[in-house]
Design a protein around this ligand. Structure first.
Ligand SMILES: [Zn+2]
Length: 119
C-alpha cells in the first residue's frame, strides 16, 4: 500500500489511523509474528463510495493530469467495463454497487506519484 501511494510509512500509518478513528476503516490482525494488520472498509466507509466516485471524476475533469486519470474504476468480473461518474458500467449499462467495482491503475498514476513525492 505504501509503495502504491508513494507516501512515507509514518504518513500512511497516521492517515490510516485517522480513518480507523473515524470508523471508516477497521484494522484486523492477520499475522502475530511478525505483527501485521489488514484494513477493511466498514459500512460507514462503504457508504462513502458514491462520494468518492464523484470526487474522482470531478478531479479527472477539472484537475486533469497530462497522462490521464491516475485511477480507473472497472466493473468486476467478466465485464471489465469502465465505471462512469454515475456509477454505471459503460459497457453493460448496469448500475453498480461498491462491491461490484474495483480500482485499477490509470495512465496518469506515475505522474500522480511523482507529484506526491515532490510534496
Ligand atoms: Zn459491466
Amino acid at each position: 500500500m505504501q509503495r502504491n501511494l508513494g507516501v512515507a510509512r509514518n504518513v500512511l500509518s497516521s492517515r490510516l489511523q485517522g480513518l480507523v478513528d473515524e470508523g471508516i476503516l477497521e484494522r484486523r490482525l492477520y499475522s502475530e509474528r511478525p505483527e501485521r494488520y489488514e484494513y477493511f472498509l466498514t459500512e460507514k466507509g462503504l457508504d462513502l463510495w458514491p462520494t468518492i466516485v464523484s470526487l474522482m471524476h470531478w478531479g479527472d475533469k477539472h484537475l486533469p493530469l497530462p497522462d490521464g486519470p491516475p485511477v480507473i474504476l472497472i466493473h468486476k468480473g467478466e465485464c471489465g467495463g469502465v465505471v462512469n461518474d454515475r456509477r454505471i458500467c459503460e459497457r453493460c449499462g448496469k448500475e453498480l454497487e461498491v462491491r461490484e467495482s474495483r480500482a485499477t491503475e490509470g495512465p496518469g498514476l506515475a505522474a500522480a506519484r511523482r507529484e506526491l513525492e515532490a510534496v
